[in-house]
Design a binder for this molecule. Structure first.
Ligand SMILES: [Zn+2]
Length: 224
């Protein structure tokens, strides 16, 4: 009799231990799926290689400025704990030398980098060009993309508040980098190279830091 009772106790203890183990491992699985500590941002310096983009009256080349801005933004975002992935980190385009349509191949490669990185969001850096009196930084987003629109608005708000030259509103942009990417993505036109005064401003180290710092503030505000 005593042996039977003892056996029952052992079985009950084993059952209890099994249930406890199952609950513990379930909790571990749930915790593992909790929000990650770090956001991954892809910073995309527009153009590169044979595609220089816009050229200013004083000779500034968009592709070069885009890269400088992208690198500065990378440093700032990394310092704030973001995991940063760049689509390009030198003057070269991303296309294969053998590609027939280099622009198309370049954009395809950018898309691949963004998708592979599992980006939480994407910021593409460009310089605008229109008339010699057009001016101001402006953020673009894809049509119908409310999350990207909200991010664009946050950045634009800081541009309006802190930059000497900013457009008054965000705008829908029909760009591949906005349309082909699933992650929220915005395209920042930092200013107009077609305007000689703004070209000078854009080429200065101080203004570059100001623009990048305000992009960072917009991003932080978006995530808060
Ligand atoms: Zn551009």
């Amino acid at each position: 009799m005593a042996f039977i009772l003892h056996k029952k106790t052992i079985l009950m203890f084993l059952a209890f231990f099994l249930i406890f183990a199952i609950i513990t491992s379930c909790a571990k699985i749930i915790l593992a799926g909790s929000p990650k500590a770090k956001y991954t941002i892809v910073i995309d310096a527009g153009h590169g290689g044979i595609d220089g983009g816009s050229v200013g009256k004083n000779g500034s080349i968009e592709a070069e400025l885009n890269l400088e801005y992208a690198k500065t933004l990378k440093t700032m975002m990394s310092d704030f704990g973001f995991n940063v992935v760049m689509t390009r980190e030198n003057e070269n385009g991303l296309y294969s030398p053998l590609a027939k349509n280099k622009k198309k191949d370049d954009m395809k490669k950018r898309k691949e980098i963004i998708e592979k990185s599992n980006a939480d969001f994407v910021i593409s850096i460009h310089m605008n060009s229109y008339t010699s009196y057009s001016h101001g930084a402006q953020v673009f987003y894809g049509a119908g993309d409310e999350t990207s629109k909200a991010l664009a608005q946050k950045i634009q708000d800081y541009f309006i508040k802190n930059l000497v030259s900013a457009r008054q509103e965000i705008k829908v942009g029909d760009y591949y980098i906005l349309n082909a990417i699933k992650a929220p993505s915005v395209l920042v036109e930092c200013g107009f190279l077609s305007n000689p005064a703004e070209e000078k401003l854009l080429a200065s180290d101080e203004y570059k830091k100001e623009v990048c710092y305000n992009i960072l503030l917009g991003v932080l505000s978006f995530f808060s």
